[in-house]
Design a protein around this ligand. Sequence first.
Ligand SMILES: C[S@@+](CC[C@H](N)C(=O)[O-])C[C@H]1O[C@@H](n2cnc3c(N)ncnc32)[C@H](O)[C@@H]1O
Length: 293
Amino acid sequence: MHKPVLLNEVINFLDPQPGEFIIDGTFGSGGHAQEILKKLGPDGKLLGVDWDEQSFSVHAISDSRFSYEVANYSDLSEILKNLLAGRQVKTFKADGLLLDLGFSSEQLGSGRGFSFQKDEPLLMAYNSVTKPAKDVLKDLSEEELAGVIKNFGEERFFGRIARAIKDQEKIKPIETTGELVQAISRAVPMGYERGRIHPATRTFQALRIYVNNELGNLEKVLKHLEEILNPGGRVVIISFHSLEDRIVKNYFRDFKKVGKLKILTKKPITASLEEIAINPRSRSAKLRAAEIL
Ligand SMILES: C[S@@+](CC[C@H](N)C(=O)[O-])C[C@H]1O[C@@H](n2cnc3c(N)ncnc32)[C@H](O)[C@@H]1O
């Protein structure tokens, strides 16, 4: 089961009130959503969005205040415009937006190639329409692949790893996570990172980010915050690596400078030792929140 991270902190900063309209843009297993719904009173509304078709077939909440869309959260402003059609109002915006980025524990164990600890098809895509990682490896040149591993994985040995992958592709195309792990392990020196992390950690992160255009999606939703949220609306974003956190921090800072939002978290909020002990995934979580002015 996926355990929602920083649950109390999310509720605290999102501050859902009775009658409000809140969007959970990364619904997942609905852990945060269930808790948000409890605060919305009889007239509140919660829209769940997730890219993964399987998410709602398993976890959709049976409650008249809840609706869902299988969609990319980066399209939220368009989704809201479509929802506006037929309503007697000029704008349709939310009072709160939650984004809990990345993949869920369920997806990690779903056999779709997110984990380097098991041998499974190398897909790494959140849904069935995104081009899977095994095809991306075929399509990218060695230079392009090296750039992906460098920029999205912050991996020192990007050139050696890209060469090993493309060399392997020439002999027999990589189809599984196990084959990718073998190619990476052959490329990196013995004692990689003094054994602190698995040699495949950064390359897997890089490929997953590239396959799903994760940073592009985040930038797009941040650019459109004003079309998604009412003045006074809160946005809460939980990121799991420094590339995402930097994007959120910089957008918030730039919007603050031009008087468009108020930052609610001076420093990112992190999980307590107690939470990390029961939910190791929360170790790298960073929460930032802001209010639209
Ligand atoms: C960390 S999980 C969210 C867990 C959720 N908060 C819970 O408590 O169960 C992230 C979810 O975001 C979804 N996701 C990732 N990128 C997305 C995107 N661009 N648009 C919509 N959903 C996305 C993933 O499919 C995954 O289900």
